[in-house]
Design a protein around this ligand. Structure first.
Ligand code: GKR
Ligand code: MG
Length: 428
């Protein structure tokens, strides 16, 4: 089997005005869809976070990938790595999301190869990763403080005809009561059984109060998580953490850097989790030495693919770390890959993150994935079990061209509502 073509399509998907430590989500989030075509006319799909830099990096490896056998992942990976110098943790950047190029390229190409291999063998990707450790993959509700609006053409306006979660999704949530109402609507629609709040947007006391309000509303059986995206000082994180002992399932990236995480971990009786302080294999020795966190959030887009993520899971097992899964705004190709990976990872013992409820568009045939009681049931269809809706892809690509965004920049969006606002790596 040979790869005969590689199509790289940047898209823009509607995204509501969600707040985080880096500012405000733009009306569109960017993704790139990677399609590998094989000589038997089958195709495989991958999806990665979008930016002009990642698009160019993907284009730069086309000639490496075309002509290769998709089963020869080691050769493909070696060829891709030759084109890039190794990117250090510093290249990740200070934002809540990862800005490295190599890991995204490896991930987009590898997932598309797995989809091709699955189609060629008639087996789902989960079987190529070792088979199911579970049939259903639980996801967590992912709450945000937000401004009024649903994003996209609606901008910061609202659709008066929306009902159900679509109506709740466009409502503002700027205080603890708004966060509880958002959680109730999201859990009612998707059946999620654990809840994460994106923090780092407001003064820490407001975010602690929001967690306490969620605990009050949902009771002790619904696990809760708070993620300030590393914007708090050590003293602030310890003070807030002490108020949340017995309330949080885990405390995600309260502070920046492994040393600071280790200090908070020692002072607060809640497991710490990260997708910002330990983000690559080169960070693992520091994590082990300092005991900077108890749980790592994997993400196949950031750890360089599905096989690397399974490698991370073994490391977590070896060093007694828990494992959860991180997410950014995305569509169904990423969601399918996340679900197959999660199903094949025995020690992934937490419900995975997903931004999916905040999105409304899709690029796969049949439209959006349906959650059953907060979980996705893994398909036995070959590959990722999805087909590309080419008309939808073309429309979202047109939307990308019209939006004129080259990369994610939450600071610029925030300045539109709060002139002069500046990102600060550590704010409170
Ligand atoms: O989309 O605003 C956001 C999140 O803050 C995202 O960028 C993070 O990468 O979800 C993420 C996280 O868990 O840190
Ligand atoms: Mg996080």
């Amino acid at each position: 089997m040979r790869i005969t073509d590689m199509n790289i399509t940047p898209i823009a998907i509607t995204d509501p005005p969600l707040l985080n430590a880096a500012g405000l989500h733009a009306p569109y989030a960017l993704r790139i869809i990677v399609e590998l075509v094989a000589d038997d006319n089958s195709y495989g799909l991958g999806e990665v976070p979008g930016s002009i830099e990642t698009e160019q990096a993907l284009a730069a490896v086309r000639e490496v990938v075309i002509g290769k056998d998709p089963f020869q992942l080691n050769a493909i990976e070696a060829g891709i790595r030759e084109r890039f110098s190794e990117e250090t943790s510093a290249a990740r950047g200070e934002a809540p999301w990862d800005q490295r190029r190599l890991v995204h390229v490896l991930s987009g190409v590898e997932v598309a190869c797995f989809d091709l291999m699955g189609k060629a063998t008639g087996r789902p990707v989960v079987d190529l990763l070792g088979g199911k450790a579970r049939d259903r993959v639980p996801f967590s509700a992912y709450l945000f403080f937000k401004h009024e609006g649903a994003g996209g053409e609606l901008g910061f306006g609202t659709d008066p005809n929306a009902t159900g979660w679509a109506a709740a999704r466009q409502k503002a949530a700027l205080d603890p009561a708004g966060v509880v109402a958002q959680a109730q609507a999201m859990c009612a629609e998707f059946g999620f059984q654990s809840i994460k709040l994106k923090g780092g947007a407001f003064e820490p006391n407001v975010e602690v109060e929001a967690m306490l309000a969620l605990r009050e509303a949902f009771g002790p059986d619904v696990p809760l998580r708070l993620d300030p995206n590393a914007i708090w000082k050590v003293e602030t994180a310890i003070e807030a953490g002490k108020r949340l002992e017995g309330v949080l399932e885990y405390y995600e990236d309260p502070v920046r850097g492994q040393e600071n995480m280790a200090q908070v971990a020692q002072a607060v009786n809640i497991p710490l989790a990260t997708n910002m302080c330990t983000t690559s294999f080169g960070d693992i020795p520091g994590s082990v030495r300092l005991n900077s966190e108890a749980i790592i959030l994997s993400d196949h887009h950031f750890w360089g693919g599905l096989r690397s993520s399974l490698g991370l899971s073994r490391i977590c097992q070896t060093f007694g770390r828990g494992l959860s899964m991180h997410s950014n705004s995305h569509v169904g190709i990423s969601l399918a890959a996340m679900a197959h990976l999660a199903a094949a990872t025995p020690n992934l013992t937490y419900a995975c993150d997903t931004h999916y409820p905040w999105q409304s568009e899709e690029v796969i045939v049949g439209g959006r994935f349906q959650f059953e009681e907060g979980s996705l049931v893994i398909s036995d269809e070959p590959g990722l079990g999805i087909e590309l809706d080419r008309a939808a892809l073309a429309k979202l690509h047109e939307q990308y061209e019209a939006a004129g965004l080259e990369r994610r920049n939450d600071e610029i969006e925030m300045q539109k509502v709060q002139p002069g606002w500046k990102f600060q790596a550590v704010r409170w």
